[in-house]
Design a protein around this ligand. Sequence first.
Ligand SMILES: NC(=O)c1ccc[n+]([C@@H]2O[C@H](COP(=O)([O-])OP(=O)(O)OC[C@H]3O[C@@H](n4cnc5c(N)ncnc54)[C@H](OP(=O)(O)O)[C@@H]3O)[C@@H](O)[C@H]2O)c1
Length: 326
Amino acid sequence: MAKLHTFKLNTGTLMPSVGMGCWRGQPGLGPDKELMRSLKLAIQAGYRHLDTASMYQNEADIGQIIKESGVARSDFFLTTKLGLSMHDNVEKAIDESLDKLDTPYVDLYLMHWPQGRDSNGDAYGDGTGKGKGPTFQETWAAMEEKCFKTGKAKAIGVSNFSVQNLEKLLQTAKVVPAVNQVECHPYLPELELEAYCREKGIHLTNYSPFGASHLPIHADKDIVAIAAEKNVSPGQVALSWAVQHGHSACPKSANEKRMKENLELIKLSDVEMKRIDDISKLDPTRRTRLNVLACDEKTGLVFGWTLKQLGWDIGFKTLGVPGIVE
Ligand SMILES: NC(=O)c1ccc[n+]([C@@H]2O[C@H](COP(=O)([O-])OP(=O)(O)OC[C@H]3O[C@@H](n4cnc5c(N)ncnc54)[C@H](OP(=O)(O)O)[C@@H]3O)[C@@H](O)[C@H]2O)c1
């Protein structure tokens, strides 16, 4: 079993560098047999860091798998996330998650997106006081009180936060987020966000570290060349690059061989690190952001917000998604 590097969060908690992404894209379809099969294999392979969310609608499956695994709950690092529609009821949200996960605490509770939204799907304010519903600063204050202080979450953090929105959050936060989980991979290296988070003591976790199944990172010429020189897979290069940057990562794999491979990281030289850092800088066709795919076809908004509200830069290819509001 691979010996995994861990990162110390600003709470002192240790977080395994590589986790298993639990988003399988079948919310609402009932118990996810495929997830349960593959998570069982993942736990056998040595995964102890599991990344889920109330939006994934599989917390009950994950709670069951943890119970059945025979591994002590305290050996897992379990992350779940506050749903967008629960920004105005954080206490109920975490209680429901703990109930479904069948655990008294989570190791990390993340605000899934800065924008909350109501039951009609209309987004709340953007931290400037505009709009209805709580701002993300107010939601964060509730997470501090109802999740962190109560011990229901050993650490709290955010997800999909840009420097712009972290700056707004830190103006009022009493607890500095332990983690910011963001899309990050060689086609979106997020080096400025990394520098900002490092200065503030916020650990970065890369989600979609391979660009999901939408980006050709496994076939990228530079990544493939480095992988061939090192006799590893392109996926291992992408994950090793992430961890050497000081980020954890939560790749998803349902394939036993690949999930094992993803735990075996290598040491990249400074030259190799720089070569990967520069992929998107030198070639704009290899710079993009997956989450524009989440934008509404008619409005061009990402869960109700413009890219400007999200603070996402616009110097990337938008994968041809129509109507994006920058
Ligand atoms: N916070 C957020 O808003 C947010 C958003 C998106 C995702 N996430 C989290 O991040 C996790 C991972 O993201 P993701 O599923 O979007 O994308 P990903 O991990 O970048 O990519 C998953 C894809 O890569 C394949 N794969 C895995 N290992 C591989 C390897 N070594 N070589 C070649 N292909 C490989 C998988 O196929 P096989 O299964 O067949 O191996 C799957 O198709 C999610 O499950 C979720 O936990 C969070």
